[in-house]
Design a protein around this ligand. Structure first.
Ligand code: C2E
Ligand code: CA
Ligand code: CA
Ligand code: CA
Length: 281
């Protein structure tokens, strides 16, 4: 009954103290995971719409917690940010993803056009140390800088102070690609799009949700594409879940896309098979 349900809720409602204790335990665990091996990167293909070729992958972090099981980034990235662990985590992601790319290059699985995309936090963007870390991993691995693309959100950039611009410039000076993530969810997109040293935007999936069902959606997608190109940039479309969406995007002249329709994010050992499937031309 409803009353019973409410009682139960009451019984299980954790006190503030318990929440704090859980949180600090979780932080301890996260610290250990960054140093040990509880974190894993999965990789999701970015596909060239015209040919189906996999042009790169995006690295997406997961945390395999010893007792809680898999924890997704939306749950622990904010925690890491609050606790000052995000730089350490970002460095782990950078080194792991670029190291993985090196392994694929060495195994002749990918060519020099293939890129790995790495999500970076606002904290990374504002840290001059991060630029040095990127420089160091490129030097260590010998990976060509164009094969590393850093994805950063509008929110991170819109803070828009000079240091950010300097960091972006510094990163770009290394030759790595810079992509604005979740494009279309902020509100000052247009004014900064032309000024910033970025190469591409990744359009948020909310902009293509209605493709195939809402008759006005293709015109909106076309307008966004035109806007992005008018700024001298190219767009990647994320969150493609259906064949209709992929078909619409291709017909509208979009070049690259990503989403469950092509592949979910997968552990690195599944990437060779995906590459083999799509490179039959
Ligand atoms: P994001 O960068 O926008 O990544 C896209 C998210 O959409 C991923 O969720 C991906 O698994 C999911 N996705 C991909 N295709 C589809 C689709 O077709 N439909 C739907 N509904 N979802 C799709 P995920 O892996 O849970 O990551 C969530 C967010 O966590 C990311 O959003 C990113 O902001 C952050 N994140 C992930 N990995 C890292 C990392 O290594 N460092 C940092 N700083 N942030 C990360
Ligand atoms: Ca991303
Ligand atoms: Ca995104
Ligand atoms: Ca996001």
């Amino acid at each position: 009954s409803k009353a019973e349900g409410q009682n139960r809720l009451h019984v299980f409602e954790p006190g503030l103290l318990l929440i704090r204790r859980l949180r600090s335990q979780l932080l301890e665990d996260l610290r250990a995971a960054i140093k040990g091996n509880g974190l894993v990167l999965h990789y999701q293909p970015v596909v060239e719409l015209g040919t189906g070729r996999i042009e790169g992958v995006e690295a997406l972090i997961r945390w395999d917690h010893p007792t809680r099981g898999r924890i997704m980034p939306d749950e622990f990235i904010p925690l890491a940010e609050d606790a000052g662990l995000i730089s350490e985590l970002g460095l782990w992601v950078l080194n792991t993803a670029v190291g993985q790319l090196r392994t694929w290059i060495d195994a002749d699985l990918v060519d020099s056009r293939f890129s790995v995309r790495i999500n970076i936090s606002a904290t990374d963007l504002q840290s001059l140390q991060f630029i040095e870390d990127v420089r160091a991993v490129l030097k260590e691995t010998g990976v060509r800088p164009e094969q590393v693309v850093l994805e950063l959100t509008e929110a991170a950039i819109v803070r828009g102070n000079d240091l950010d611009r300097y960091s972006l410039g510094g990163l770009r000076g290394l030759g790595v690609g810079i992509e604005i993530d979740d494009f279309g969810t902020g509100y000052s997109s247009i004014s900064y799009l032309r000024r910033l040293p970025v190469d591409r935007v990744k359009v948020d999936r909310s902009l293509i949700e209605g493709l195939g069902t809402d008759p006005s959606q293709p015109a909106l997608v076309a307008a966004v594409l035109q806007l992005v190109r008018a700024c001298g940039l190219e767009a990647v479309w994320e969150g493609v879940e259906t064949a209709e969406q992929a078909e619409h995007l291709r017909n509208l002249g979009c070049l690259s896309a990503q989403g469950y329709f092509f592949s979910k994010p997968v552990p690195p050992e599944r990437i060779p098979a995906l590459l083999a499937e799509t490179s039959s031309e």
